[in-house]
Design a protein around this ligand. Structure first.
Ligand SMILES: Cc1cc2nc3c(=O)[nH]c(=O)nc-3n(C[C@H](O)[C@H](O)[C@H](O)COP(=O)(O)O)c2cc1C
Length: 227
């Protein structure tokens, strides 16, 4: 299976979301799932913000686009092709100011494309093109936004991701949210990471069911966590 793995934390070695994504891929490897990874770090290769030229080109019918419009859309076309070529998507990101990192929002703005990642059916309905993809969101949060916490209502990240990818056909994405981290005491932080790792191991086991098995021995892919 081909996995598109996207990281979005501004941190590198100290990033928990990056470490948890590596941990997940290591668990998949241990489960002897055969997979290749198409890796994108949106903090390094950040998709451009929406420009006026993009906004016009993207809603111009493909057969009516000028060469300049095609050039404007070329990066987005390439990103959409990568997304559509994958069988599974692993998106790892921190919560920033209750929502997603702006680099990941730029990614969403690049891959939400009429006639490419979603189609307009004749009956007026939208047909998202990511319906066959397995999708895992790994999010890391400084505070605790779980049900019952005072911050529960501040979670603008989960609904935004569900809406954006639901529109592209992802009906039931999996979320593993590591929380509370930065703004918690060491014990609570350690417990949150342990909970997240347990959930990720369970997701890897689920993904292994029915996936093609690798015939090589599992190797360590994952260094220690951070923060
Ligand atoms: C600019 C910035 C904004 C943040 N905003 C929030 C927030 O709104 N809510 C929250 O719970 N944590 C917030 N945090 C904390 C991060 O979500 C937390 O440290 C997370 O573990 C970072 O993930 P990472 O280790 O992968 O970078 C923020 C951190 C930064 C740097």
């Amino acid at each position: 299976m081909k996995i598109m793995h996207v990281d979005a934390s501004a941190k590198r070695e100290r990033s928990n979301s990056r470490a948890l994504a590596r941990y997940f891929l290591e668990r998949l490897h241990e489960q002897r799932v055969e997979f290749e990874v198409d890796y994108l770090d949106v903090t390094v290769d950040t998709p451009p913000h929406v420009t006026e030229a993009f906004a016009i080109a993207t809603y111009t019918a493909a057969h009516e686009r000028t060469a300049a419009m095609q050039a404007t859309l070329a990066l987005s076309d390439a990103l959409c092709a990568r997304l559509l070529a994958a069988d599974a998507l692993v998106f790892a990101m921190p919560m920033y100011n209750w929502s997603m990192p702006s680099a990941f929002k730029a990614f969403i703005d690049s891959v939400t494309r009429t006639g490419v990642t979603y189609l307009n059916a004749e009956d007026g309905s939208i047909v998202g093109q990511l319906g066959r993809h397995k999708v895992l969101f790994i999010t890391s949060r400084g505070a605790d936004l779980r049900a019952g916490s005072p911050y529960e209502s501040m979670d603008a990240l989960t609904p935004a991701l569900k809406a954006a990818f639901g529109f592209l056909g992802v009906a039931a994405p999996t979320f593993v949210d590591a929380q509370p981290l930065q703004f918690a005491n060491p014990e609570a932080r350690a417990a949150a990471l342990e909970r997240a790792r347990g959930e990720l191991a369970a997701v890897a086991a689920r993904w292994a069911e029915g996936a093609p098995a690798a015939n090589h021995e599992a190797e360590a892919l994952c260094p220690a966590d951070a923060e």
